[in-house]
Design a protein around this ligand. Structure first.
Ligand SMILES: Cc1ncc(COP(=O)(O)O)c(C=O)c1O
Length: 388
């Protein structure tokens, strides 16, 4: 009997997140007894702060850990609102805070609430690949905005204006500052200019602020204070060093609070309860977290000195996050091949740029400096001695 073709959605063809594949290759090498210096991982090498772990132990022993309301526990939403007051001087009603399954869960809610199938949403490249892939899976039209070293790998009103002139009007913009992979940041006037451009053109801004707290000059400004209609996404994954706790948040503009809550009820019921209870303590752990940032700052200097000494000297200014995005096209035509060789020959794992920029990424590689300082120094030594 002929096999009946069962339905499969077009979105099942979603692109992989290639960095995961680099991580798998590095893991295979380790399982086979090889050593790996991890400059590919986009996550802190430290555990959650001690206060969070204590609170989680206590909750495990004393709490039922059932579902919470879809928006999240009230004490956590209140602490998040307070965080905006103390860090940014911004007032936010805790009712507008929705606690989510990481920033990743916040994007799903933000995109579903803000955009319909066919809406045109601008995604700058190089950028975090999951925006593009998630939007495509939701049948939005992704409008790529190429950025370059000349624009510090960030969008600007003139780039957006030019894009609209060439391709037509748009409905949304997703940006990240500091950005993954470039680490570049929009300062307050630059972010205000983009936020104002969005307001003037009826474009819904989604601001990914997941790397706030990990900056090496001025602190990063929040879009919350600059555009009343923006959706602001953040997470406990990076500054708070809690990737596996899968907890983030979304600040919804007033008109989208109820839609986001209803979407959250239907898609997720609630974010992980143990993580929510424990995360309240994260806001009392800034000393420990600042020590992590101080280590990233040292690691950053190791790379900013070490990469040029290895002949890799076209580097994006790494204002924040824990990444250096570097042009490597003088070493290989395709950075995927280069990264494979570095892993095989040097035991140094680095992420090729293709994840972040399908068009130009083959010319770039992303070096993460979230791991131990000694590992960074040793990786630089090996790259400097590498014959190519
Ligand atoms: C820019 C950016 N946004 C979002 C995420 C995902 O965050 P979460 O772990 O909170 O889902 C990442 C993870 O690397 C990221 O780099």
């Amino acid at each position: 009997m002929a096999a009946v073709a069962l339905p499969q959605s077009r979105r099942s063809g979603i692109d992989p997140f290639y960095v995961m594949e680099v991580m798998r290759a590095a893991e295979e090498r380790e399982v086979a007894g090889g050593e790996v210096l991890h400059l590919e991982v986009g996550q802190p090498s430290t555990p959650a702060p001690a206060g969070v772990i204590r609170a989680a132990r206590n909750a495990l022993e004393n709490d039922v850990l059932g579902y919470t309301t879809a928006a999240g526990l009230e004490p956590l939403r209140r602490r998040i609102a307070e965080h905006y007051r103390s860090w940014y001087g911004a007032e936010v009603d805790p009712e507008r805070v929705i606690v989510t399954f990481g920033a990743s869960g916040a994007f799903v809610l933000a995109f579903l609430a803000a955009f319909d199938a066919g809406d045109r949403v601008v995604v700058p490249t190089p950028g975090y690949p999951c925006y593009r892939n998630a939007l495509q899976a939701l049948n939005a039209e992704v409008v790529t905005l190429p950025t370059s070293a000349e624009t510090r790998f960030q969008p600007s009103p003139s780039l957006l204006e030019d894009l609209c002139r060439r391709t037509g009007s748009v409905d949304g913009l997703v940006l990240a500052s500091p950005s993954n992979p470039s680490g570049t940041m929009l300062d307050r006037p630059a972010l205000a200019a983009v936020a104002d451009w969005c307001a003037a053109h009826g474009v819904r801004l989604v601001s990914d602020e997941i790397y706030h707290g990990i900056t090496f000059g001025d602190p990063a400004p929040t879009a919350l204070s600059l555009n009343d209609d923006a959706l602001v996404v953040n997470s406990f994954s990076k500054y708070f060093s809690m990737t596996g706790w899968r907890l983030g948040w979304l600040i919804a503009p007033p008109d989208l609070v109820e839609p986001v809550r209803r979407l959250a009820q239907n898609f997720f019921i609630s974010a992980p309860t143990l993580s929510q209870i424990a995360a309240v303590a994260a806001f009392d752990c800034h000393d420990e977290l600042q020590a992590n940032v101080a280590r990233y700052a040292v690691n950053r200097s190791v790379l900013l000195d070490g990469l040029p000494a290895a002949g890799i000297d076209r580097l994006a200014p790494s204002d924040g996050a824990f990444y250096v995005y570097a042009a490597v096209d003088h070493l290989a035509a395709d950075s995927q091949d280069l990264c494979r060789r570095w892993l095989d020959e040097l035991g140094v794992a680095v992420t090729p740029g293709i994840d972040f920029d399908p068009a130009e990424g083959h010319r770039y590689a992303r070096f993460s400096y979230a791991a131990a300082t000694d590992d960074m120094a040793e990786a630089m030594r090996r790259l400097q001695q590498w014959g190519g």
